[in-house]
Design a binder for this molecule. Sequence first.
Ligand code: 13P
Length: 287
Amino acid sequence: MLVSAAEMMRKAMEGQYAVGHFNLNNLEWTKGILETAQEMEAPVILGVSEGAAKYMGGFGTVAAMARAMAEELKITVPVALHLDHGTYEGCYKCIKAGFTSIMFDGSHYPIEENIEKSRELIHVAHALGLSIEAEVGAIGGEEDGVIAMGECADPAECKMIADLGVDFLAAGIGNIHGKYPANWPGLSFDTLAKIKATVGDMPLVLHGGTGIPEDQIKKAISMGVAKINVNTECQLAFAKGLREYIEAGKDLEGKGYDPRKLLAPAAKEMKAMVRTKMEMFGCVGKA
Ligand code: 13P
């Protein structure tokens, strides 16, 4: 059964661990992430960007696939189907499609407009039993063609959004999507401490989980981060598995070209990455 992410996030914050948000890219990913969460007895958030949803055939397709798969694979750990970096329109589409959680990314709007739109969507999401994430301070890097420079969120603005009753808050602390450049100065723990001091009990979300060193991940969790988003590292793992299979010429042996065989080593690598991240985030056995 797919659930709202509100309770798993509250428990994570209280228990000082983070729930992994892993982005879906296709059926293999959905299956691989669900199976790994079940094996690890970990709660999990299936993140879906608008671009990935379009690729997979639309929000309705993704929701139907995730819901049916969780049921048919007999997944018993809490699973939230969550819109990642949603637009205002995208949020309504996901609510209609049966998502259990949404993110409204109003970070590119003036703060007043971010507040107004977040307020409305929080009201609608809660009335329907969905959890909702909002964002302050754009996350840097590139995702689905949207390029933003890394920003540190203004703690006062974080408080304004937190006070609206959002379930969890993404606040920029120098994190970026994709691979980190060699000269990346690391997460701004100063900013994180200030944000935490103003928002209090609000679970915080760390986007751009790819490539953040383990010590920084652990420190961020100890300071209030309760959800960590990972996509690129899973993509790199998937590509590695596929490349090794093809470079070894296995697709040319017997029926090695069968997509079920071709994608199996890729999915295996991706699952191993999800496992590694869950161990790092401390959410294993917390379902
Ligand atoms: P990475 O691709 O850098 O892991 O970021 C994922 C993310 O934050 C999705 O919202």
